[in-house]
Design a protein around this ligand. Sequence first.
Ligand code: FPP
Length: 255
Amino acid sequence: MLEKFSKWKASFSTNEPIDSKSVTEIPKHVAIIMDGNGRWAKQKGLPRIAGHREGMKVINKIVRQANNLGVEILTLYAFSTENWKRPKTEVDYLMKLPERFLGIELPKLIEQNVKVRLMGSLENLPEHTLLAVQKAVHETRNNTGLVLNFALNYGSRFEILEAMKAIAQQVQSGQLKEQDINEELLNKYLMTSDLRDPDLLIRTSGEIRLSNFMLWQLAYSEFWFTDVLWPDFNEEHFADAIAVYQKRARRYGGI
Ligand code: FPP
C-alpha cells in the first residue's frame, strides 16, 4: 500500500509522463495515404511496380504495430478512383496486390485477430481482386482486434455524391424530410458509416494534399506528413507520427 502511494506521489514530482496518459492518447483511427512507391523505384532504377511490391511489404509491419499499440482502425488508401488513369500494366499489377498480400498474410491477420474491411466502389474491380478481399472480409468477420480498412477504388467525392443521391431519393419518395438531413444522417450514407472519423492522417513522400481521400471524415483529424517514401516507411516513423499526435491539442473549433 505504502509502495503504491509513493509511486503515485512520485509521478507528480517528476516531469515524466504518467504511463496511462500516453496509452489513452493513442489515436483510435489512423488513416494513411501510402505515397511514393513510383519514386522509390525510380531512385533505384527499377520499374514502378517494384515500388508497389515493396510498398505492399510495409503493410504487415504497420498493421502489426498498430494492433499492438491499441489503434482500433487502420485505413489504407490502396487504390483511388483516379488511379485507373495509370498505364494498364501498372493498374493490372496493383489489382493483383490484394490477392498476393492476402494470400500470404491472411492466416497471420487471423492470428492477430485483425478484421479486414473494404471501402470503395465494387464496380470495375476485377473479379480476382474482389474475391480475394471478400474472402478476407468473410474469414475475419468475427475478429475483434484492429479493423484493417482497405480503401480500394475509393474516391471521396464519388462517395459523397452517392450518399447525396441516396438521400435525395429518400426525400423524393417521402421517406425522409429535408429537416432530417444533418451530419449524423450523411454519416450513415457514407462508406464509413460504422467507423469513427480518423484521428490521425499520415501521408508519405512529401506531398501535402488529400488527393480525394476521406474529405468529409478528415474534417477534424490531425495531419502528419513525412518526406519518407512509403516503401521506406517503418515502425519508427509510425511511432514518430503518433508521438507528434500525442503532443497536439485537439480543440474541434473550441478554445
Ligand atoms: C502511391 O504511390 C501508391 C499507390 C497508388 C498504391 C499503393 C499501394 C500499395 C502500397 C500496395 C497495396 C497493397 C495492398 C495489399 C492493397 P505512387 O505510385 O503514386 O508513387 P509516386 O507518387 O512516387 O509515383
